[in-house]
Design a protein around this ligand. Structure first.
Ligand code: ATP
Ligand code: MG
Length: 420
């Protein structure tokens, strides 16, 4: 019996009842007073801080990472100094300031000299995690021994973050990623600590849609494009239903492209929440910003070394239809299901779910809920297709991708109606 993976929701995933019109309701927002306190603290503190102090943080992150794995990062310290010096910090809005202070990852906002638009810097390595990895590796005497230990550690660890499905082609995958690092050891470390740092450059190379642009990394700190505000934030604002539909449509297209993955590797996001998708108000684009909780399935059985013959599992060519595993306020899946099919509709499920309901199944709290009454009456298929895309019961939904296309068509029809 395959083991169930339980993924805790992001701590900030707090679906908010839409469009509160009473100002006192807003004030009751759970985090309002905390945010104000943080903001005041920052406003008072900020003039004392200066750029050097902010830059000092980047240097401190690098020092932590280089002490953890000198052979990975020390030889590149000059490149890091150059990258750090190009980053100009900006004091972001309230949400950004709070993110910088309380996020799991340390996120800083600003601009990278020579690059258009805003950039973000994310440092993902928590010292506790690094210490744990160090303890698990133990004493090693040579880089080859370290490489072997990391390989074993990667296979052994039951992590919530990154998972690669096929052991027989894992080395080949790691070799491909090593084009973007200094060594296999560094590649392993990224996969163990925060896979985004190393997946993003390769996804950029293969022009995967709807992911940030990679600018570089120093240790476990990644520099990437800023792609807007989170959908969780958008959800709290008073935006028109027309705008919600536009975002939903982009999201459905982006999800389908993401599932196609790159170079015959499928990409499944296992933490696809409103907090991990951002929306750019200027361009209307949506971007998946958290590429750490990912399952990658090698979809190419011809990739195996010539000396090995490996047959795909029995049901390989059948699309895996994700079925919701009961899990209050969280998202559960079985790795085995994803790994044993050339394609899964799990990303599409996650997106339909966030459009239709929250992680507790409350159908009043989806991104497209509540549906305005006149839309509900004129276009009843919107509600029914949303629900089918989430539940996808055999009798009505043979193929979730097909339903998602029907849903996208219905949304496009309503958008057209608004525009006419
Ligand atoms: N490329 C980006 N563009 C805009 N904002 C971003 C970007 N990357 C991160 N952010 C902001 O930083 C926050 C935290 O980033 P991220 O989701 O990568 O880490 P985390 O939430 O701390 O980790 P996790 O989601 O794995 O628990 C996001 O919710 C978002 O507000
Ligand atoms: Mg996140």
């Amino acid at each position: 019996m395959p083991k169930k993976r339980m993924v805790k929701p992001s701590p900030r995933f707090t679906p908010v009842v839409e469009r509160q019109s009473n100002p006192f309701e807003n004030i009751r927002n759970r985090y309002f007073h905390v945010k104000i306190l943080f903001y005041l603290a920052i406003c008072l503190r900020y003039p004392i801080d200066n750029y050097d102090q902010e830059r000092g943080k980047l240097q401190k992150y690098f020092a932590i990472d280089a002490a953890f794995c000198p052979e990975c990062f020390l030889p590149k310290s000059n490149m890091c100094v150059a990258l750090e010096s190009r980053f100009e910090f900006e004091l972001g809005d309230l949400v950004e300031v709070v993110n910088t202070l309380i996020g799991v990852k340390k996120v800083h906002y600003g601009k990278l000299k020579g690059v258009e638009g805003k950039a973000v810097v994310k440092h993902a390595a928590r010292e506790r995690v690094l210490e744990q990895i160090k303890a698990e590796i133990g004493e090693v005497n040579s880089p080859a021994e370290l490489d072997g230990r990391l390989y074993k550690l990667f296979l052994k660890r039951d992590r919530v973050g990154f998972y690669f499905c096929r052991q027989s082609t894992l080395n080949m995958f790691v070799k491909g990623l090593t084009n973007y690092t200094r060594s296999r050891i560094e590649t392993w470390m990224h996969l163990l600590v925060n896979a985004e740092t190393i997946l993003l450059p390769v996804m950029n190379k293969f022009s995967v849609m709807a992911v940030p642009t990679y600018y570089g990394h120093c240790g476990f700190t990644i520099y990437e494009s800023y792609n807007g505000i989170t959908l969780a934030e958008v959800n709290k604002r008073k935006i028109s239903y027309y705008q919600r539909l536009q975002i939903a449509l982009r999201l459905l297209f982006a999800t389908s492209a993401l599932t196609d993955g790159f170079d015959n590797y499928r990409v499944y996001l296992t933490d696809l929440t409103l907090d991990n998708v951002v929306y750019d108000e200027k361009t209307g684009n949506v971007t998946f910003i958290d590429l750490d909780s990912v399952v990658i399935v090698d979809g190419d059985y011809n990739r195996t070394a010539a000396t090995m013959v490996e047959e795909p599992p029995d049901r390989w060519w059948a699309i895996h239809k994700y079925e919701k595993i009961p899990c209050k306020g969280c998202f559960a899946y079985t790795k085995h299901d994803l790994c044993s099919h050339y394609q899964s509709d799990i990303n599409m499920f996650s997106v339909c779910q966030l459009l239709n309901e929250d992680l507790y199944g409350d159908q009043t709290k989806g991104f497209l809920k509540p549906i305005p009454r006149f839309i509900d009456i004129t276009f009843p298929a919107l509600r029914s297709k949303l629900l089918q895309c989430v539940r996808c019961q055999d009798i009505l939904c043979d193929n979730r991708f097909y339903i998602s296309i029907q849903l996208a068509q219905e949304i496009a029809r309503i958008i057209k109606y608004f525009e006419s």
